[in-house]
Design a protein around this ligand. Sequence first.
Ligand SMILES: Nc1ncnc2c1ncn2[C@@H]1O[C@H](COP(=O)(O)OP(=O)(O)O)[C@@H](O)[C@H]1O
Ligand SMILES: [Mg+2]
Length: 409
Amino acid sequence: MSTDLTTADGGDTDANAPFRAMVMYRTVADFTYDWEVWLGPDGRPRYVSPSCARITGRSPEEALADPDFFATVVHPQDYPAWRAGMDQAREEGAPSMDFRIVRPDGSVVWAAQETTRVSGPEGEPMGLRLSLRDVTDRVAAQTALREANERLEERVAARTAELVQANADLRREIKRGETARKSLEQSRQRIRNLSAHLRDSVEKERRRISREIHDELGQTLTALGMGLARLEKRLPPDDATARERVADIAALADSALSTVRRIARELRPAILDDLGLGEAISAHARTFAASSGIAVTVDAAKAMPGIDPERATALFRVLQEALTNVARHAGATHVRVKLSATKREMRLVVADDGRGAPQKALDDPTAYGILGMRERMRFFGGDVDARQAKTGGITVTAVLPLAHGRKAS
Ligand SMILES: Nc1ncnc2c1ncn2[C@@H]1O[C@H](COP(=O)(O)OP(=O)(O)O)[C@@H](O)[C@H]1O
Ligand SMILES: [Mg+2]
């Protein structure tokens, strides 16, 4: 390679000291991996090291021949900054710069440039020394890292937005579900109130019919019986046929009277109003045993807490339905009825020794008998459980909260 330095006159005078220094510098710089450039005070390249070719794709000779070589190789977008950096280096100091170099084949190389001011022995400015290094790999790695970071941030932002959206959706869903649940609960409550109202009307109606049958029909039949007794006394003692007739009619009237009493009692056990729940249950159990032939054991505590007529009626109807089921479905020989109470609730258990039933039959939504029992208890915040016992028969357990239970109205 030939430069103006090497071709310049190399006399060994003091004035040639810078020249000698440059020759020495050159012999070193020729072998450095970095690209070394000396720009004279006029800005033209005076020396260009061989690495120029590796970095710029152009030969050192081409660089030396071109007074504006850097304008040729620096990326047009980076050139103004490079220019400004060089002016600054000449005036006041040497900044480090990163910029792009475009090769003849269009490929781009990132260069990092260190700039040093060069001065002669008298301190006269001799231009600038540039050391350029190919940092494409480093910049590419930094760019990749930065892009990866940006992508990551984008993904985090997108995911966050998704989560916020999902959260809002979920909240809406929950709200919708709550609204639906509330309206379902409301309509359930309305149905419960309606059926309670119907039960109440039925109870009142039964009580009225019961009283009417008992009082009107009962008194008529009683009067009829007494009339027959008087009539019998007046019959001639020897008229056996007439006496027999009257006795038959009196027996019929008597049986009609007990039927009327039974019906009246079943419609509305006056004993429930008069003697209370425990007695009413015992009385009903006796009647049931007599008519069904199924033995009933009643176990009721003597001292029972006071209970309002609505609750007493409800529990009594549960007993009636449970015993009716035993007679109808169980094929039982024995039923155990147990009534117990704490301060807070009453508990009625009806357990038979019959053939039992699959749980499906007991939980059937069309099992209106069991549903009715359950609804009666739930109205007071209680419940009914009907299930097959280990011993085989069905056990119905009704729980009825006393004063503190939630009473729907
Ligand atoms: N004590 C019982 N023993 C056997 N099966 C029973 C008993 N109680 C109820 N079941 C069964 O449960 C079903 C539902 O009873 P329930 O709701 O009272 O309806 P229903 O008596 O009108 O059939 C009955 O059909 C019967 O199969
Ligand atoms: Mg039934």
